[in-house]
Design a protein around this ligand. Structure first.
Ligand code: KIV
Length: 302
């Protein structure tokens, strides 16, 4: 066993962009008021690009059910599918902390099954943390995962796996009572051992209060700027979701237009025979080419 420390624990402005991000480093960023950047990724190529852009936390979100597999909600994606995608992302991520989302039904029956499934992410896919949706109802699960040395990221507010109970994707915590419930959920998850907390679809004021009260970092999505960090679904910021973006999404590129135009140009070039050109073709060596042409002529004569 090596006792080598991560390359540096410096989280200030001069921190090296090649520093391996760990949970203590993310927690130190909160203490130093350094914002944490997080994004989802689901495959090797995108994971590499995200990691090479020095994003701190890469989440293999169960949002992949919708953006990669075309389902209407996150509910149908299975453990085996999540493990497969996480293994692909693992090969592309070197610097960021890699977290995997526990899919629906992988931890809802009992805590023991939840721990077994979480261990698969760590052992089979190389995840460094797992994320579970829910608040006080997940305390035992979070404790048992933490006991099993699996860092847990909590997720409260608009939890997409609660779609049917919520009656749609609705902002949560809007009444005084609901806001107090969210605070209680956040405190309970922290006390149970959660290392980070995702706040999704909650009023800015509520997210700010939770962020101020907790020692662990909060990562917001649709939760305002006071969170310790922000996460978006990669496909949302690239315009690859085929739906009008939610209010909290900022689109940084139009990859849909880029891909469509590249594919249309390729199709045009194929149908007009302008692709492939001579420079995109392999050639016989000159001597072989002459002999080959000669042999073909002889065959035609015979
Ligand atoms: O599944 C997902 O992508 C998520 C993030 C939006 C936090 O849970």
């Amino acid at each position: 066993m090596s006792l080598t420390e991560p390359r540096s624990a410096n989280t200030g402005a001069a921190a090296s962009s090649s520093l391996k991000i760990t949970i203590p480093i993310l927690q130190e960023k909160k203490r130093n008021h350094v914002p944490i950047s997080a994004l989802t990724a689901y495959d090797y190529a995108m994971a590499r690009l995200v990691d090479e852009s020095s994003i701190d936390l890469v989440l293999v979100g169960d949002s992949l059910a919708m953006v990669m597999l075309g389902y209407e909600s996150t509910l149908p994606v299975t453990m085996n599918e999540m493990v497969l995608f996480t293994r692909a992302v693992r090969r592309g991520v070197r610097r960021a902390l890699l977290a995997a989302d526990m899919p629906y039904a992988s931890y809802h029956v009992d805590a023991a099954e939840g721990v077994r499934n979480a261990l698969r992410f760590v052992q089979e896919a190389g995840a460094e943390a797992v994320k579970v949706e829910g608040g006080r109802n997940r305390v035992e699960l979070v404790q048992r995962m933490t006991d099993a040395e699996i860092p847990v990221i909590g997720h409260i507010g608009l939890t997409p796996q609660s779609l049917h109970r919520m009656g749609g994707y609705r902002v949560q915590g809007k009444s005084l009572q609901a806001a107090e419930m969210l605070l209680a959920d956040a405190r309970a998850l922290e006390a149970a051992g959660a290392v980070l907390l995702v706040l999704e679809g909650v009023p800015r004021e509520v997210a700010a209060q939770i962020t101020a009260e907790l020692a662990i970092p909060t990562i917001g999505i649709g939760a305002g700027p006071e969170c310790d960090g922000q996460i978006l679904v990669l496909h949302d910021l690239l315009n690859l979701t085929f739906a009008p973006p939610a209010k909290f999404v900022r689109q940084y590129a139009d990859a849909a237009t880029l891909v469509r135009s590249a594919v249309e140009n390729y199709r045009k070039d194929v149908t007009t025979r302008s692709f492939p050109g001579d420079s995109e073709s392999y050639h016989l060596p000159q001597e072989t080419r002459d002999s080959f042409a000669h042999a073909s002529r002889q065959r035609r004569k015979a």
